[in-house]
Each structure stands twice: as C-alpha cells, then as structure tokens.
Design a binder for this molecule. Structure first.
Ligand code: IMP
Ligand code: ZN
Length: 336
C-alpha cells in the first residue's frame, strides 16, 4: 500500500517540533553567515538520525536551543512554510498545527501568531490541497495570566484560522492536579466556542486521579497520548466517545511506553467501541517519523489491511476542529 498517497489528516503536531533538521540548519547557516547567531549548528545539537530523545532531553531542545534560533519574522515564516511543505509532500490534506505563542527579542506573542497565520494563508493560496488550522497551546509551565493571554489571542484570531486551545508541555510540571489553575481559562474557551484538546496522562507524573478529574471536567473534545490513565478514566473516555490522538513513534522512541510498537496502547483502544483514533506525529522533526510512516507502522504491527487502514484514516473526520464544510471536503476526498 502507498501510505503517502493515502489522504491523511494530522491533528497532533507541534509546529516547532515539526521543523526538520535540514530546515533548522538552513536558518542557522544564514544567520551564521551574517553573524546573527552564536548558537551551535543544529546538525551537531540534534544529529541526523538521532531520534531517541526522552522526556528529560526533549523539552530543553526547545527552551535552550530552537527558540533561541527562531527569533525573527523571516525564520519563523520560513520554517512554518517548510513544515507545511513537508506535511503536504507526505500526503496530508488537513492539518491542525499547534503552537505555543511566544515573544522573542524582536516579536510579541501576538506578532508571532500573526506571522504564522499569514504564512499559512500564503501557502494555502498556492497549495489548496492542504488546509491548515491553528491550535494555540498553553504550556503547563505557564502562569494562569499567560494562559489567559493565549486564550485572548486564540479568540482574536478565530476568523483567521485559530480553532482551539491545547494544554501541553513538560508533564512533570504542575503534578497532582495543579493544572487546575488553568480551569477558568479552558472553561472560558469552551464557553466561547473554541475546541479543546489536552495532553492527557502522557507520563506517570501527569496521570494522577486529581489531574484526570481536572482535565475531564474541562470537557475536552480530544485527548493526546492517553498512556497513564486509570480504569475510571478509561471508562469515561469510552462513554464520551472521545477522539484519541495517538503518536506511536514519539511514545516508543521517547520510552514513554514499554513493549515496543506491539505493546503500544493503540492495540488496546482500536477495538473499544466509542472512541475514535487519530494517528499523529507529535514532533516529526525530532522523532523522524512522518504520518505516512505512522500508518505503515500500525498496519505492520497490528496486522491492519488496506480497508482497515482507510477506515482508521477516516475516523478523525468528525473530530476535526474545522467546520462542517471542511468535514464535507474530507469526506469527499476519502470516499472518492
Ligand atoms: P511549539 O509550541 O510550536 O513551540 O512546539 C514546541 C513545544 O511543544 C514544546 O516546548 C513543548 O511544550 C510542546 N510539546 C511538543 N511535544 C510535546 C509532547 O509530546 N508533550 C508535551 N508537550 C509537547
Ligand atoms: Zn504533543
């Protein structure tokens, strides 16, 4: 089966983590030549072929390196366009990209989001086969004030393509249900009609009963990862028929699950009535497995034939944060 030709929808991809090393290197080279950076070559910091980052080594890649490289409009625009090209080349026809609004020495968080939306619109004008929507992320390390500012940015940019709010970031931050500090922001997001997805029970530290209760009370529309949830949460997820964003290579390569691909909880959830599954790459720039490869992996490790793979790809349509017209476009693509 040609997994690149299979039309695919990507609902769990972090923008900065999706930038290829080659693209980071190009930005670095340009900046180095004009003496705009003292940073090391990204190909030395993140050598090609190295994909075994764990939770301790993964998050600092952003805070101590990539964010320091991508500080200006040109590099943000260039890398965003490059990420969109990579997804398009992999056969993705609908993409929900998520990103944490961030200020740099030369950009406000507001300007950062505006640049992304303009890069997305320009790309779509030339490549109408790929439609991209933006989800803004609240990082667990943020303060409630920053989370409220992210919500305000999301609401202000709804008509330009922001469709939802996400909770992401290092799962060891705010353990024991302390993410409850964000409850007013996420409830307000839902009240105002934004859609919500959260990184759910991604690590043991973020799988406490207190946290699962807090997150489920936000009435999220989708859940990312779902690795460490308890039996009560499993039943509630099934009862609500939530969409699960499962990222196999990320989980296996980062050692977040045991037993390799065969041991991944995709195998458990695929037969549960109610929930829908959407395969995602999470951070293809770091873990190196494009969405087409994720479909190949589940086909191989879980013995799914062509019909089952097409059925899996279709499952996510009703769970996208795009509107009815977009869902109809995707149904037409999948059933023709
Ligand atoms: P950005 O939001 O576009 O800057 O993408 C990078 C950010 O996404 C990181 O700083 C993390 O906070 C977040 N992120 C990426 N992958 C994961 C993940 O697997 N779990 C939680 N957060 C993640
Ligand atoms: Zn993620």
């Amino acid at each position: 089966m040609d997994y690149i030709a299979l039309p695919k929808f990507e609902l769990h991809a972090h923008l900065t983590g999706s930038i290829s090393r080659k693209t980071l290197h190009e930005v670095w080279l340009r900046k180095k030549q004009s003496s705009e950076t003292d940073l090391e070559d990204p190909l030395l910091v993140m050598p090609e072929g190295k994909h075994d980052y764990n939770l301790e080594t993964f998050f600092p890649l952003f805070s101590t390196y990539i964010y320091g490289l991508l500080t200006d409009e040109e590099s943000v625009r260039y890398t965003t366009t490059s990420v969109l090209s990579d997804f398009l080349r992999d056969g993705v026809c609908y993409l929900e990209l998520r990103t944490t609004p961030r200020a740099t020495p030369t950009l406000t968080a507001d300007a950062y989001v505006t640049i992304l939306l303009s890069a997305i619109a320009a790309f779509e004008a030339d490549n109408p086969q790929l439609h991209t929507r933006l989800i803004l992320s609240v990082d667990r390390r943020h303060t409630p004030e920053t989370a409220a500012a992210t919500l305000a940015l999301a609401l202000a940019n709804r008509r330009r393509g922001v469709v939802g709010l996400d909770l992401c970031g290092d799962p060891t931050a705010k353990p024991r249900g302390e993410v409850a500090v964000f409850t007013p922001v996420f409830l307000e997001a839902k009240r105002k009609g934004l859609r919500v997805t959260v990184h759910f029970a991604e690590a043991e530290a973020s799988g406490s009963r207190e946290e699962l209760d807090v997150l489920l009370a936000w009435q999220p529309d989708r859940l990312g990862h779902v690795i460490w949830e308890d039996e009560a949460a499993k039943q509630e997820i099934a009862r609500r028929g939530l969409c699960l964003e499962l990222c196999l290579s990320c989980n296996v390569r980062a050692g977040m699950v045991h037993g390799g691909f065969e041991g991944h909880h995709f195998g458990e959830w695929k037969d549960v009535q109610g929930p829908k599954i959407s395969l995602g790459t999470d951070d293809v720039g770091v873990f190196g497995s494009p969405l087409s490869n994720e479909y190949r992996l589940v086909a191989e490790h879980f013995n799914l034939d062509r019909e089952a793979i097409c059925g899996l790809a279709r499952q996510a349509i009703d769970a996208i944060f795009g509107d009815e017209e977009e869902k109809q476009r995707l149904r037409c693509i999948m059933w023709t």
